[in-house]
Design a protein around this ligand. Structure first.
Ligand code: GCU
Length: 335
């Protein structure tokens, strides 16, 4: 009789362990219900950059608000291709979501060029009034011309010139090779200053400087810092020639497959992530400038008279690109 106790205890132990194991596996199964949709989101900036963090916030919000039914995977560092390549793929639904510079959309939808006209806005507040108002909504809708759906706007501040030798006046640009985005309007703008525009994909700008393919470029402080261009181009001239906003977009092929309810959630999450990105942007503009300056960047601030000369030099480009869109340009200016 005495000898049976160890056997009973052993059986009880085995039953308890097996129940615990079953409980663990059942529970694990419940929590890992696979999503109904898994989408890719393209971003060409570095990890931790405001637009990347904005995209990640967007993905988290969508996951949360759809109870895990829609999972969006953010791929940064241009892992899915250059912005132009991504936009092409989105037309056919190869990539579902992206955050892109509006200058790249303008290559597909001419009217978008209006948003990048040189010296169009008085300041950042003016630009945001426009983007957040009915004009901004009209431009988001306009993306359907290239089978895209515009979701929200992200900040990218003002763009300035930077170079291997100081640019203190328009004449200094003469003969320089200045990198531009893959954008005809940006190329025309640089030509108007007497420089030669060289189209280079964002991820290749650093090596273009190293190899002497370019000796100047233009971008905002965070891009100049995040891509370490301050190491190869130590002069940064503040002329604020353009404010090129960014847009979060969805492929229309994918969009049309989603329920109205999911479309609504996605739009709301995109707008919420935009508020977050704009807060991050302000902080990053300041910290990026600090990093570059402490590395040795020389900041050149143009006098109002000199800035006026840059503006005048670009006035032909302004006229040419606003041409048939004069009504909308006037609305933006007066907004
Ligand atoms: C900005 C923008 C990028 C773009 C880049 C460029 O940094 O955020 O999306 O690619 O300008 O100059 O190409």
């Amino acid at each position: 009789m005495k000898k049976r106790w160890p056997i009973v205890a052993m059986i009880v132990c085995i039953v308890l362990i097996m129940s615990a194991v079953l409980f663990f596996f059942n529970n694990r199964k419940d929590n890992s219900t696979s999503p109904e949709y898994v989408f890719l989101y393209a971003e060409n900036q570095t990890p931790g950059y405001p637009t990347t963090l904005g995209g990640e916030r967007f993905a988290d919000l969508v996951y949360e608000k759809t109870n895990g039914r829609i999972k969006i995977i953010v791929k940064c560092n241009a892992e899915l291709g250059s912005e132009a390549e991504v936009i092409n793929q989105m037309k056919y639904g190869g990539i579902a979501f992206a955050r892109v510079s509006v200058s790249q959309l303008a290559e597909k939808i001419q009217l978008m060029n209006v948003l990048l006209l040189p010296y169009l806005y008085n300041d950042s507040d003016h630009m945001w009034r426009v983007l957040e108002g009915e004009i901004g909504d009209e431009f988001l809708l306009k993306t359907k011309d290239y089978d895209l759906v515009g979701l929200s706007w992200y900040d990218a501040g003002a763009r300035n010139f930077y170079s291997t030798k100081p640019i203190t006046c328009v004449e200094d640009c003469k003969g320089m090779k200045i990198r531009v985005q893959e954008s005809t309007m940006m190329a025309d703008m640089v030509s108007a200053l007497g420089a030669t525009p060289v189209e280079v994909v964002y991820s290749e700008v650093y090596s273009a400087f190293e190899q002497g393919i370019v000796d100047g470029a233009e971008n905002n402080w965070p891009s100049y810092e995040a891509m370490r261009h301050y190491r190869v181009a130590g002069y940064y001239t503040i002329d604020e020639h353009v404010r090129v906003p960014e847009m979060q977009i969805c492929s229309k092929v994918i969009w049309d497959k989603l329920s109205e309810e999911d479309q609504k959630i996605i739009t709301e999450c995109a707008k919420e992530s935009s508020i977050y990105e704009r807060q991050l942007w302000k902080q990053r503009e300041a910290s990026s400038r600090k990093i570059a300056v402490s590395y040795g960047t020389q900041v050149i601030t143009l006098s109002p008279e000199e800035k006026k000369k840059f503006r005048e030099a670009m006035s032909d480009v302004y006229e040419r690109y606003s041409g048939s869109y004069m009504n909308i340009v006037r609305r933006i200016r007066d907004y």
